[in-house]
Design a protein around this ligand. Structure first.
Ligand code: GLN
Length: 497
């Protein structure tokens, strides 16, 4: 038997449906892999061995009865610990939710189960998805499989690391400011932030509701597309869910032809702070797009330079409101409830003990920005900037089909390097944040290793809202051309764990 953990999701599903392997064998191979390497990587907060094997048995039983299997039936997946899973712990990387067992499944969880996807467990993340390195998790940091002393990105570092460590062929992330794409970039994997509202947020524990978006993570563009189609689509349980057909992303991923497409290079995403090797691989990718027959032009989006400050007012403002629900009465941790204290005191003691520094910093920032004397000056101004950013995108997309940039200005940095410097940490999302503010669709895919440190570089592709298929069309073509050029996939260059 070939090494099952190295199969793509598409290959895994085909092998199961043809009877070459059983879903249980596939699940067991991945559980064994997790057993072997996850002490080092720490991608998983919780491994659901029984749940995974029973989901796999159900797929095998279906096949035995001759029932038709869906395109991802039996394929293992690592789920970011920010989606609720009925009967399975959900912590959001926070002490305040330690021991909480959700009584219901998120819509995304339900869709995965309905598709026959085998959920292996829940992955590590920065607390409440606030961070770019997974160092803000209350349960220890995750290592980057390329170099365990470096960060795997964040907040979805666990999901990306699980892919790169061959612990799962598929994973789910959430992207509020870059938390799917930046971990994808620094681990040499593919991550997609779908159009805002196209994947349900029901059961996604809220950080910043106007920005949060769940999406697919995978090792190939086609696998991401298959997962995208499984999780996207209208959900009446989410009031911001878009009631429109999901773009044909699988078909687009298979097309591998970008002749005649117009592609814009965003001028503002370059310059100071961008690592030389990142820019080198990005510029080579732009050349490749030309060779593949696209027309490449430079575009300017002047308001993008204000995206970071606007994000760090809007996201903390929404977080300060969303996280008010952790009041020691409803979920998880409760501290100081000894019969002598008021409910208010118990709430305060619980939040003091249960939240980490970054979460507290954002609650304070957001509460301040929303306070009556400052609301217009801070939150109001940030909302105006948000509109300007959307207008820059509209103007750009009037002339091009997609935009491209590096996903993140640098490769994976050493664990600890930015831990005490929030502003340096925030810079990791310089190129990803504008798409969250505008609500459009964006992908990161590997485009090579930076020569100075031999670490993965991500190419970001951005498409207009509900044109997610364009990401896959361009991404699929670039991936195929690069794999041809290298003679293998990028992850095959990763050191053995
Ligand atoms: N790194 C950004 C932040 O800390 C984005 C996080 C995310 O997308 N969840 O807010």
């Amino acid at each position: 038997m070939t090494d099952l953990i190295r199969y793509t999701a598409a290959e895994t599903a085909a092998a199961i449906s043809s009877g070459e392997v059983s879903a249980v064998e596939v699940a067991q191979a991945h559980l064994d892999r997790i057993d072997a390497v996850d002490k080092k990587v720490n991608a998983f907060l919780h491994v659901d061995t029984e749940g995974a094997l029973s989901a796999a048995r159900a797929v095998d039983a279906k096949r035995a009865k001759g029932e038709e299997l869906g395109p991802l039936a039996g394929v293992p997946l690592a789920l970011k610990d920010v989606f609720t899973t009925k009967g399975v712990p959900t912590t959001c990387g926070s002490k305040i939710l330690e021991g909480w067992i959700p009584p219901y499944d998120a819509t995304l969880t339900t869709r995965l189960k309905d598709a026959g996807v085998v959920i292996l467990g829940k992955t590590n993340m920065d607390e409440f998805a606030m961070g770019s390195s997974t160092e803000n998790s209350a349960y220890g940091t995750t290592g980057n499989p390329w170099d365990l002393s470096r960060i795997p990105g964040g907040s979805g570092g666990g999901s990306a690391a699980a892919l790169a460590a061959f612990e799962a062929p598929l994973a789910i992330g959430t992207d509020t400011g870059g938390s799917i794409r930046q971990p994808g970039a620094v681990t040499g994997t593919v991550g997609v932030k779908p159009t805002y509202g196209s994947v349900s947020r029901y059961g996604l524990v809220a950080f910043s509701s106007s920005l949060d978006q769940g999406g697919p993570c995978a090792r190939t563009v086609l696998d991401a597309a298959l997962l995208h189609e499984a999780i996207a689509g209208h959900d009446p349980l989410d009031s911001t869910s878009i009631d429109a057909p999901v773009p044909a992303v699988v078909e687009a991923a298979k097309r591998r032809d970008i002749r005649g497409m117009r592609i814009g290079v965003v001028k503002e995403f370059a310059g100071e702070g961008y690592q030389a090797g990142v820019m080198q691989r990005f510029n080579e990718s732009v050349e490749l797009l030309r060779e593949l027959g696209a027309e490449v032009v430079e575009v300017s989006c002047p308001s993008f330079t204000l995206a970071m400050p606007a994000y760090y007012l809007i996201a903390p403002s929404e977080a300060s409101s969303n996280l008010a629900r952790f009041d020691a009465m409803r979920y998880g941790l409760r501290v100081g409830d000894d019969g002598t204290r008021s409910a208010e005191d118990v709430t305060a003691l619980t939040r003091e003990a249960g939240f980490g520094d970054e979460v507290k910093r954002r609650i304070i920032l957001g509460t301040y920005a929303l306070s009556s004397g400052y609301y217009d000056a801070y939150y109001g101004s940030a909302q105006k900037v948000r509109t300007l950013i959307s207008r820059d995108f509209d103007a750009a997309f009037a002339g091009v089909d997609v935009l491209v940039s590096p996903t993140t200005p640098t490769t994976a940095f050493p664990i600890g390097e930015r831990a005490d410097d929030p502003l340096a940490m925030y810079l990791a999302d310089l190129c990803t944040i504008p798409s969250n503010l505008a609500g459009n669709a964006a992908m990161s895919l590997p485009c090579g290793l930076a020569p100075e440190d031999n670490l993965p570089v991500g190419l970001q592709i951005i498409a207009p809202a509900m044109a997610d298929d364009r990401l896959y069309r361009v991404g699929g073509a670039v991936e195929a051309a690069l794999n041809d050029k290298w003679g293998h996939t990028l992850l095959e260059e990763a050191p053995a764990l």
